[in-house]
Write a protein that binds this ligand. Structure first.
Ligand SMILES: Cc1cc2nc3c(=O)[nH]c(=O)nc-3n(C[C@H](O)[C@H](O)[C@H](O)COP(=O)(O)OP(=O)(O)OC[C@H]3O[C@@H](n4cnc5c(N)ncnc54)[C@H](O)[C@@H]3O)c2cc1C
Length: 398
């Protein structure tokens, strides 16, 4: 079939990577991309919590490189609000009905909201997802000011590091016993907790925020143990939830993301694929459903979907890439490959030089690697996880 209609919903890293793949593929098709964001090409999210927040980069440097296929249409500032998979139609908030032959869902995720039982003050409480969020937070980072970061995950920790570097008094609160636990397990958490403390960040771990105080604007917070933390600004960094509400009533399988088979095809709906933060696909490598909220996954999964989209379902290949995530805090590059979800063997830990290397897995194969200050091992580590090399056969990790 020529001139098939391809509709892509979501215009950030994953959506833009799908159109990049379609442009590269060169197949004639009518592409329409629908993005709730006001601009396209999108801003790349990783620099928003690093170089854009610190002011080290001009904004335009954070644009995600995008090439549209000939004739592609982009509807910015438009939200998909419904889907009828039987009629193969998407409904948008400006009243349009977009028919498709192939549909890619790339609606990503949005910051999780803190529920305290009381309304949050209207000013001074920040989230960090979009470029507008990053610019608003940057305006709030003033030497001598105070910031409370709620959540010690990747974004919370990066913002804490940037904020303390810009002369703020910074406090981080998280119910977990260590920061970055979900990203890189205990050794990374302990290693980075020490770094944050060395730089003057106060960590309240094993603690929850009970209340955010302030009428017109935020003035502080109260923890569950009664501790009062005064602050001029708050960053909510308590994780993200997949953007799937608009699919309610569509009949698509949604369970913490859009549920897909190993090829990223939505289960039971062969003409629809899902990619990036919103996709929960079956990983043969790790034996179960995975949803990964990292940049490389979004780019690689989208490129994979772009290559497979026009194939018959039985000819589509499995998406089997080894997950990879990075973070930069205090000039240290944290890199996590695969999954850090079993007890770790700590191979190297040198706090003075800022180096850490942990291996996850055993004689049945390497499952994950967490490295700080060891960029030279990343390619080998990724290969070894892909090949399921037994941990004791890893000469480079000695
Ligand atoms: C500040 C920040 C820093 C990060 N840093 C790192 C990092 O250092 N390393 C790393 O590996 N990862 C990092 N990440 C994570 C990484 O950026 C994400 O995994 C990636 O952006 C996911 O891309 P996505 O396109 O799937 O989703 P998103 O980036 O969430 O984009 C989804 C897009 O869909 C749009 N959308 C949502 N619903 C609709 C709808 N109904 N209709 C139309 N459009 C819709 C949204 O507006 C958005 O533009 C960071 C994320 C953020 C926010």
């Amino acid at each position: 079939m020529s001139n098939e209609r391809v509709v892509v919903i979501g215009g950030s890293v994953a959506g833009a990577s799908v159109v990049n793949a379609l442009a590269r593929g060169g197949r004639e098709c009518e592409v329409t991309l629908v993005s709730a964001d006001p601009q396209f090409p999108p801003y790349d999210p990783p620099p928003l919590s690093k170089e854009i927040l610190s002011g080290a980069w001009p904004l335009e440097r954070a644009r995600f490189r995008t090439t549209l296929p000939p004739g592609a249409r982009v509807r910015t500032g438009t939200r998909a609000v419904g889907l009828d998979p039987d009629r193969r139609e998407v409904f948008t908030d400006d009243g349009a009905v977009l028919g498709y032959d192939r549909l890619v869902l790339a609606t990503g995720s949005r910051p999780r909201e803190l529920r305290t039982g009381a309304p949050l003050p209207p000013r001074g409480v920040h989230r960090l997802r979009t470029v507008a969020d990053a610019l608003a937070l940057r305006d709030a980072l003033r030497p001598g000011g105070s910031l409370l970061v709620v959540g010690a995950g990747l974004i919370g920790c990066e913002v804490a590091a940037t904020a303390v570097g810009s002369g703020m008094d910074v406090t981080v609160v998280d119910p977990a016993p260590l920061p970055l636990l979900r990203m890189g397990g205990e050794p990374l958490g302990a290693f980075m907790a020490a770094r944050h403390r060395e730089h003057g960040v106060r960590l309240f771990l094993g603690s929850q925020v009970r209340e955010i105080i302030g009428e017109d604007r935020v003035t502080g917070a109260v923890l569950d143990n009664g501790t009062h933390i005064p602050c001029d600004a708050v960053l909510m960094g308590i994780g993200a939830v997949p953007e799937t509400e608009w699919l309610a009533g569509s009949g698509l399988p949604v369970d913490d993301g859009v549920v897909c088979d190993a090829t990223c095809t939505v289960a039971g709906v062969p003409e629809v694929m899902a990619v990036g933060d919103v996709a929960r696909w079956h990983s043969g490598r790790f034996g179960g459903l995975l949803r990964v909220e990292h940049w490389t996954n979004a780019v690689e999964q989208a490129a994979h979907a772009g290559r497979n989209l026009f194939e018959e379902p039985e000819r589509r290949t499995a998406f089997d890439s080894v997950p990879y995530a990075w973070s930069v805090q205090y000039g240290l590059r944290v890199q996590v490959l695969g999954l850090a979800d079993t007890p770790a063997a700590v191979v190297q830990e040198d706090r003075a030089s800022g180096r850490l290397l942990c291996l996850y897995g055993g004689s049945d194969g390497l499952r994950g690697v967490v490295a700080v200050g060891r960029p030279e091992i990343v390619a080998r580590a990724r290969r070894a996880i892909a090949d399921r090399t037994p941990v004791d056969a890893l000469s480079w990790a000695a």
